[in-house]
Design a protein around this ligand. Structure first.
Ligand SMILES: [Zn+2]
Length: 95
């Protein structure tokens, strides 16, 4: 998956609408197409970027740096390259 910037895309489409503002006929149809595209961009679902974390060890407790207070894990879970609770990718640097 590649994430894109919704506002940047809308700005680009709206610039094209602006450029076609005084056009008629065929170009008016294109302008309506861009207006429709802006609507679809606004309606598109959002996704969250995946967090990056690392395993934290404190006494007998092992936790994910991103959802530390939610769950504690056993040693075998640290072999995973992601947190089973929040999905964070475990490639962050331990601080
Ligand atoms: Zn987590």
């Amino acid at each position: 998956m590649e994430l894109i910037d919704r506002e940047a895309l809308k700005t680009k489409l709206e610039k094209n609408i602006e450029d076609l503002a005084d056009k008629t006929g065929f170009f008016e149809g294109i302008k309506l197409g861009y207006e429709s595209a802006v609507h679809f961009v606004e309606q598109a679902p959002t996704v969250e970027e995946r967090k990056h974390g690392h395993w934290i060890r404190h006494n007998n407790i092992i936790a994910c740096s991103e959802c530390i207070w939610d769950m504690y894990w056993e040693e075998r879970n640290t072999e995973l390259n992601y947190c089973p609770n929040c999905g964070a990718i475990m490639d962050g640097v331990e601080k």
